[in-house]
Design a binder for this molecule. Structure first.
Ligand SMILES: Nc1nc2c(ncn2[C@@H]2O[C@H](COP(=O)(O)OP(=O)(O)O)[C@@H](O)[C@H]2O)c(=O)[nH]1
Ligand SMILES: [Mg+2]
Length: 289
């Protein structure tokens, strides 16, 4: 599968992120709870150094809750805290604030012991595109001062929002570049909507997703789309879904690209169920992928 990625963008994202990280004390890394490994980048650790990091497993409403618990446990070893969040209904945000406070305590004490004047602890949100950084900031600051979506011009200078008396949050999230080193990571990013459809062949990705669901969660596709059977090659299943949905051209042929787009979006929106693609049993093996 071919996913295009532009090294220029990657280099620029990395440069900006390095600048942002310099001015904060605390990192809130947003990951997609459905892909807690594929939605990060190991290079991040080099940039954050020993700054405390809170990992937010966002979109937890779309993930498999049992696997989220397993991932929380596993990831706890590499971060100050791991918190599952749903930014749309703000579930979990209070816990994140409490963890920020806990992480700051040490910093306040350290400053005091060095005889430095007290100052607010500065935190920033970062993550790969579309994991819900803007939605999360909105959920944290209540007033809706951060906007969602990828609209140009949303980024303003360095603006800070007060979370608690002593904790300020940078209201522009840092962009972490996704990893493309291996095929599977690329596929998972595509399935969850972390990378733009413009960068891959939508039919090819949908066919791979159909294969994955057929193999690992048999019956999911047939029951959601009301098919008699999901037997056969993935392209046959795609064809049957298109027919069922009446996605047909004037000659009565199935519009496969339109069907592929629909299926991918149904999956992304959680209509087919709650799936966590990264398998906790493979934790620690991510580097070998
Ligand atoms: N279901 C669900 N959707 C979310 C959540 N957080 C964000 N989204 C959706 O994910 C998409 C990307 O969110 P956005 O905040 O723009 O991501 P960003 O690119 O990281 O800033 C939007 O359609 C959001 O509505 C969440 O916790 N649950
Ligand atoms: Mg955003």
């Amino acid at each position: 599968m071919h996913i295009q990625w532009y090294p220029g963008h990657m280099a620029k994202a990395k440069r900006l992120l390095i600048e942002q990280i310099k001015v904060v004390d605390l990192i809130i890394e947003i990951r997609d709870a459905r892909i807690p490994i594929s939605s990060t980048n190991q290079d991040l650790l080099e940039l954050t150094g020993d700054k405390p990091r809170i990992i937010v497993l966002n979109k937890s409403d779309l993930a498999d809750p049992n696997r989220t618990s397993e991932w929380e446990h596993i990831l706890k070893k590499e971060a100050f805290a791991v918190v599952r969040v749903n930014s749309l209904d703000r579930k979990g945000t209070k816990t994140v604030v409490a963890k920020c406070q806990e992480a700051s305590k040490g910093m306040f004490e350290k400053r005091a012991s060095k005889g430095l004047l007290p100052r607010a602890v500065r935190a920033m949100v970062l993550g790969i595109p579309n994991v819900g950084k803007s939605s999360f900031i909105n959920a944290m600051v209540k007033k809706g001062s951060a906007r969602t979506g990828n609209k140009p011009g949303v980024t303003r200078g360095n603006q800070w929002v007060r979370l608690l008396k002593n904790i300020e949050l940078l209201d522009t999230p840092g962009i972490l570049w996704p990893r493309f080193e291996d095929q599977r990571t690329g596929e998972y990013l595509a399935y969850t909507g972390a990378i733009s459809e413009k960068t891959f062949d939508i039919e090819e990705v949908a066919l791979r997703l159909i294969k994955l669901l057929k193999d690992e969660y048999p019956g999911t596709i047939s029951s959601f789309y009301g098919l008699d059977s999901e037997e056969g090659e993935p392209y046959m299943v795609l064809d049957n879904v298109g027919e069922k949905r009446h996605f047909l051209d004037k000659k009565g042929a199935v519009q496969t690209e339109r069907t592929a787009y629909r299926m991918l979006h149904d999956f992304q929106e959680g209509k087919l169920g709650n799936y966590t693609l990264d398998n906790p049993k493979e934790a620690g093996m991510a580097d070998e992928r």
